[in-house]
Design a protein around this ligand. Sequence first.
Ligand code: GLU
Length: 545
Amino acid sequence: MPATKKPGNRQQDSGRSTPGSLPGGSIGSDEFAVGRYGKLFNSFNIDSEGRISAVELGVRLRESGILESDPRVADVWAELRHAVGDKGQTWIDLDGFIGLCKNGGGVVEKSIRGDFVIPDFAALQAEISTIFEGLQSVHGGHVADYIPQLGRVDPEKFGIALCTVDGQRFAIGDADNLFCVQSVCKPINYCLTLEEHGADIVHQHVGREPSGRGFNELTLNSDGLPHNPMINSGAIMCCSLLRPAWEMADRFDHVAETWRKLAGGGAVGFNNAVYLSERRTADRNFALGYFMREHQSFPTGTDLMETLEFYFQCCSIEVDAQALSVVAASLANGGVNPLTGERIFSADTVRKCLSLMSSCGMYDYSGEFAFVIGLPAKSGVSGGLMIVVPGVMGVCVWSPRLDAMGNSVRGVAFCKELVNRFNFHVYDSFAAGEVSGKRDPRRGKIEEEVASTIRLLWAASQGDLDVVRIALATGKDPNSMDYDRRTALHLAASEGHLDVVRYLLDRGASPTVQDRWGGTPLSDAQRGAKGSVVTLLESAAALVV
Ligand code: GLU
């Protein structure tokens, strides 16, 4: 067990990094940073030289779901690898640690604090792994074989990946095998049309009702329009709306670039063989195109052949499950990629898209899916399924065997398991406490309340006035207590932090409040013989009638 040393004890620190540890530069002089990050640093095992292990930090990051490929912490991981590679020296001093925390744009700090949407990420990973293992024995359904490229896919392939709105990631199985997105391109193209034209114009050409008919059926609504953007006719219509004046190559680039942004550096490609096959076997899609042209549903000037080609190209975009989970997470996050922080779609666009995914995303199973699963999702004939848990995470399941409706058998089974275990169905919230056996892995209100109380009390005990200030500024009651009825004032008084005591008193903290043993902030200060704190509390207590 390494010896521990408090990093706050700065007189022993030279301000320079020791050999084999990460350099900290001038950070050592920043007392605010020392106060803020020193406590996090103390939560690690600290060696006799006041350093923590790079390996332990790496483990903590991974456990919270922050992976090496996360672009937000690329520099952090590079530094960690450098530290590990340096003659086996794997140590980071406080300055180096502060540098890493600052580099990570807050991710490292949040990771160590457990301050993510899924605080216990290891528990969620364990559940997803259990579901994955359980579904290995499911062999029902058949792979799509209308084109040879799909018919040849190994039916046993199975991958699951998820990404939370905080960028916590987990993947299991064949999560890095590429597959073509097929119908999963439809929600993305719909979002792009909304961004380009706005909903009023888009919905002059495509409806927003479930069709109640097959996904590629030769049918239009009573206005002569495709029923919605999630079925073939509606998706072809959306393609006609996407940058119609541009060259074909540029139109495709526009879509592919959007996929790359949504995937945040994940694998996005194009399968030319799929595209060529799609084009050769597309009688129904051609028929749909002519049918819509006959009804004058397309915008004026639409080139039908180009539009269909463009649609086949969009279906032939390839991703792996990890990348698709990040795409889904970008939708779960209101249009902002959690890994890059880039806004790709407006929140309004995403709201509209998720609404239609909820009602129309799962072919003829959409109504049942909304009833049983209660989450927006979109599936494709390649066996890919993108599920969005709004405000929480995106999930991708890829398993090529399809049921009679065209949805991945294991994908749908996964969703059932997921909402049986967790209260993710959008209407589970109405039945809080009654939904037997369902857990809420999200950072909840009670946990948040407890966490903010602990944060305030901890800051008061450490004399961290900045954190105390922030806590009260964000509405925390200065008299918040823990289960021993100890308040921030008790703790600041015990430790003799005069500035914090004064600040708390000024903000309404009670000097006479009793903890469960009858102790007051004043008696705590007296026990510790904290002279000036005692005087201050005595005069404050005298004012209390
Ligand atoms: N390329 C397929 C088609 O248009 C997409 C089918 C799908 O995934 O639903 O027929």
